[in-house]
Design a binder for this molecule. Structure first.
Ligand code: UDP
Length: 361
């Protein structure tokens, strides 16, 4: 079986790393399976792309479509045009896409129109929020996927409700957590750890990049000033996403606790998360990692496609207002964490399950 694996953005790189390892393990065991890795170039900054390939030992991509930035339509269209050429030159039996970025949807459409089977890893999750580009990418991708790999039983149920045959829905666990398991003993403190006087539990991690939080400059500033006041004497490390940085531009902010740093490589970032007091974020992936590490997480969104992180994990969906974040954070300071648990099958073996299932097709 010849598989073309698609990766375009930071969370994709983290998800494909263990899948590639699992394929290589089967190859070395003599199984007839091979892969070609296609980077669409959706994320191209060194610290959002190359660093992850280096740190997670992901092989150099066989092709880079180099689509770079653009509007939703420009980027999706550019990926489709480039990936069609790539597939014509390098035919395969199956295209494997992960997550919910534009590359996921664009490459799934191209493959399906060329009558090539599509496998979607992290299928079936739904926020119900159609203003999120990711939700549209999820729904379109799942409408043309052949093999669905899910992270939770609720994701599987979403697919079954939509009429997908249960024979094609495989609850396998979470590949992002495979990467976490495979690298926990390699994580390390960033070079600024001592300079900023960081110690386990004396700082909060903040990440924000979703349009609902960062696209309006004044609301973003209000949010940052509110968070700065809210945390008392804790420092706040804020690895700033290029999108957020572009909105803030050269604005001078009067912040006492927030320390801006570059987007972190995976190994430094997971060290920072694992040793933090709490995390404030609008990322989906980070709420999964904090769940597994038992770190309190405040998700600045009104919906989530990952309900298990709230039902059994440490995630708290707090909406996008500073008032509500402050209310929930204060409750946590008074009462501590109310629960902690690891979702079913988030055990580090999802990629092995996926590859075993693909080999049986
Ligand atoms: N991440 C990282 N460095 C950072 C910020 C995030 O390594 O400075 C990792 C994080 O551990 C998580 C992933 O990137 O696994 C999530 O990426 P992002 O928030 O961009 O995507 P989302 O989860 O929102 O789709």
């Amino acid at each position: 079986m010849k598989i073309t694996i698609i990766a375009g953005a930071r969370p994709n790189f983290i998800k494909i790393a263990p899948i590639i390892k699992a394929i290589e393990k089967q190859q070395s065991g003599g199984k007839a399976i091979s892969y070609r890795l296609v980077h669409t170039g959706q994320h191209y900054d060194k610290n959002l792309s190359d660093t992850f390939f280096e740190e997670l030992n992901i092989p150099h991509p066989n092709a880079n479509l180099e689509v770079k930035s653009g509007s939703q339509a420009e980027q999706t269209g550019a990926i489709m045009v480039a990936f069609e050429k790539e597939l014509l030159q390098n035919p395969c039996d199956l295209v494997l896409v992960v997550g919910d970025v534009n590359s996921t949807m664009a490459c799934a459409i191209v493959a399906k129109k060329m009558n090539i089977k599509v496998a979607h890893v992290e299928a079936g999750i739904r926020s119900g929020d159609m203003t999120m580009p990711e939700e549209i990418n999820r729904i379109v991708t799942d409408s043309i996927t052949d093999y669905f790999f899910t992270t939770s039983t609720s994701a599987s149920e979403n697919l079954l409700k939509n009429g997908i045959s249960s024979a094609n829905v495989h609850f396998v666990g979470n590949v992002m957590i495979d990467t976490l398991h495979q690298n926990l003993n390699r994580i390390s403190a960033p070079s600024f750890w001592k300079d900023f006087g960081l110690e386990t539990g004396n700082y909060v991690i903040l990440t924000l990049h979703r349009p609902s939080n960062v696209d309006e400059e004044q609301s973003l500033i209000t949010l940052l000033e509110g968070i700065d006041k809210m945390v008392g004497d804790k420092k706040i490390i804020f690895p700033i996403h290029p999108r957020t940085k572009a909105i803030l531009g050269e604005t001078n902010l009067d912040l006492k606790n927030i320390i801006f740093v570059e987007p972190q490589g995976y190994l430094n970032f997971m060290y920072l998360i694992k040793n933090s007091f709490a995390v404030i974020t609008d990322s989906g992936g980070i709420s999964e990692e904090t769940t597994v590490l038992g770190i309190p997480c405040f998700t600045m969104r009104t919906t989530t496609e990952r309900p298990e992180t709230i039902e059994i994990g440490t995630n708290n969906l707090v909406g996008i207002s500073i008032e509500n974040l402050t209310l929930e954070f204060t409750k946590f300071l008074e009462n501590g964490l109310s629960k902690r648990g690891i979702p079913e099958l988030w055990d580090g073996k999802a990629s092995e399950r996926i590859v075993a299932i693909l080999l049986s097709k």
